[in-house]
Design a protein around this ligand. Structure first.
Ligand code: ADP
Ligand code: ZN
Length: 533
């Protein structure tokens, strides 16, 4: 299907080119729109989950117009894969990165000068390196795509300082369409991308992040959890990934599973490159059923039939959890995502956060630590929550999902809803009396009449709401607070400090114009001292 010379592609419609070069019948949602915008020389911001089809959004316009499309991509292996598959479809593409010899680089420069290339993949270091932008201006560049664009943001999961420099592209190519693409959809990251890359009135396309075929469950972790895991793995057929927090835990768990005759291999950055490649390869071709890994495993893995992803330890944030668990069921068939949660894990993650220091000066990286702590709070909320897991995950990405998904533990085994309007009124009044300047734990402590120093210093023991909540446990109040947030009846600032804020709906609750239904277990199911504030 690839015998048509590229010069003829220019006269095709996008749909014809899709069918001709890529062999697909139709566009996925959003693709056509983004492609039209690029062809009209407009900037774009494309947010689609991994596997959603982002690449096509810049590859297809590259074929339909004269000149070169420059694709900035941080991952050498992905670059190579993409170029290979484009070439297989008869599309002139190439890449420049540190893996090439001097001779290879010269050949590629030659081809670029001759105008023989439609798509050039380049790593940011190369792009920003000595003289390269100068060189690019001598070529007929018609569009720029920035893949993994969340790397510009500290709020993303993979901040890369060099991405900030990509802003220079705008200065060097003021008239050219720039499209940023990412699978990271939080509002914060989106704003950062738009600002940092200086996108001008971009067409913004945000795809749904819902993965209906994935079942989500949280299990509380205890000393017997290994047994639970072993049973789960034995009764669940197909390939699976089990994530652990540290290399040591990966090694221990893989060993334990092997000892129990379960076909599992370890994967982490402490193994040498050959072993890692070997384990990944064996997993991909079904020679090993299970991989036990740190989060080092997964980037660029293309195994569609992973049937389960277990987080045996608490992930560090919801974003990471979404990405990692999302490696299950890429083929669209049912798959399970199980998270084991214990309060001990919170302390482990807090300890890891405390260790984030500047390698040069040894000073703590305070900004990063602050962000990480807030993200930890959110994943703990997720794990403790009784609300639809999907609603919370998608809410994290700014997507509203009505709940009752029918495919998560909370929706399948719901705790009956109860009317907690009066409690909600107490809670929200307490937020108001404390002047909307405090977080969840503080408010709960005031409600429960705690003698905490900070409360006494702030004279909050004199508030009318002080101690009015002794009839409920701290845990129940916290669950109520979270549930109010998930239901949109309360806001929380997200700039690093968690501060509860009232919104219009909060006032409706306080004025008795709205009732509050929540699913909160009758007895505390967690130890009281475990708090992240
Ligand atoms: P992303 O970069 O968003 O993770 P890719 O661009 O790699 O995703 O696309 C994921 C898969 O979906 C690829 O195999 C791609 O060829 C396929 N794909 C993309 N667009 C379409 C389409 N319109 N129809 C069918 N398959 C598509
Ligand atoms: Zn659900």
């Amino acid at each position: 299907m690839t015998s048509t010379p590229l010069s003829q592609a220019a006269s095709m419609t996008p749909l014809a080119a899709l069918q001709h070069y890529f062999g697909y019948d139709q566009f996925r949602q959003g693709q056509a729109e983004v492609i039209e915008a690029t062809l009209a020389n407009r900037d774009g911001l494309v947010v689609m989950p991994t596997g959603g089809g982002k690449s096509l959004c810049y590859q297809l316009p590259a074929l339909l117009r004269s000149g070169l499309t420059v694709v900035v991509s941080p991952l050498i292996s992905l670059m190579q894969d993409q170029v290979r598959s484009l070439e297989a479809n008869g599309i002139a593409a190439t890449y420049l990165n540190s893996s090439l010899s001097g001779g290879e680089v010269r050949d590629r420069y030659q081809a670029l000068r001759a105008g023989a290339i439609k798509l050039l993949y380049v790593a940011p270091e190369r792009l920003l390196g000595e003289g390269f932008l100068d060189f690019l201006t001598t070529l007929d560049v018609s569009a720029i795509a920035i893949d993994e664009a969340h790397c510009v943001s500290q709020w993303g999961h993979d901040f890369r300082p060099e991405y900030r420099q990509l802003r220079q592209l705008r200065q060097w190519f003021p008239q050219i369409s720039m499209t940023a693409l990412t699978a990271t959809a939080t509002e914060r990251v989106r704003q950062d991308i738009q600002q940092q890359l200086d996108l001008r009135d971009p067409l913004v396309h945000i795809a749904s992040f819902n993965r209906p075929n994935l079942y989500y469950e949280v299990q509380s972790k205890s000393k017997r959890s290994y047994e639970a895991l072993r049973h789960f793995v034995k009764r669940t057929p197909g390939a699976g990934i089990i994530y652990c927090l540290s290399r040591k835990r990966v090694d221990e768990l893989a060993f334990q599973l092997q000892h129990d005759n379960i076909d599992a291999l370890p994967y982490h950055a402490g193994l040498n490159a050959a072993t890692r490649a070997d384990h990944q390869e064996r997993f991909t071709r079904d020679d090993a059923r299970i991989i036990v890994a740190t989060t080092a495993f997964g980037m660029g893995i293309n195994k569609p039939d992973v049937r389960f992803v277990v987080h045996y330890d608490l992930p560090q944030n919801i974003e990471g959890y979404y990405q990692e668990s999302g490696r299950a069921g890429r083929d669209g068939e049912a798959a399970q995502c199980i998270l084991f949660f214990s309060y001990g894990d919170i302390r482990t993650v807090e300890f890891m956060i405390g260790n984030k220091i500047d390698p040069k000066t040894g000073d703590p990286l305070e900004a990063e630590q602050k962000i990480a702590r807030q993200q930890l709070r959110q994943i703990v909320d997720y794990a403790e929550g009784q609300d639809c897991r999907r609603t919370i995950q998608l809410g994290y990405f700014g997507e509203s999902f009505p709940g009752d998904c029918g495919n998560c533990d909370c929706c399948l085994n719901p705790i009956p809803l109860e009317d907690w309007t009066v409690e909600a009124q107490k809670f929200l009044s307490c937020v108001a009396r404390c002047e909307q300047r405090f977080g969840l734990v503080y408010i709960v402590n005031v409600l429960r009449g705690s003698k905490e120093k900070r409360i006494l210093e702030n004279r909050h023991d004199r508030l009318s709401t002080y101690g009015i909540g002794r009839d409920r446990t701290a845990d129940q109040w916290k669950q109520l607070g979270r549930s109010l947030r998930h239901q949109g009846l309360l806001d929380e600032t997200t700039d690093g400090y968690s501060i509860l804020r009232l919104n219009a709906l909060s006032w409706e609750v306080m004025r008795g114009q709205r009732t509050v239904q929540v699913a909160i277990p009758a007895a505390p199911n967690v130890p009281e001292e475990a708090e992240v504030s």
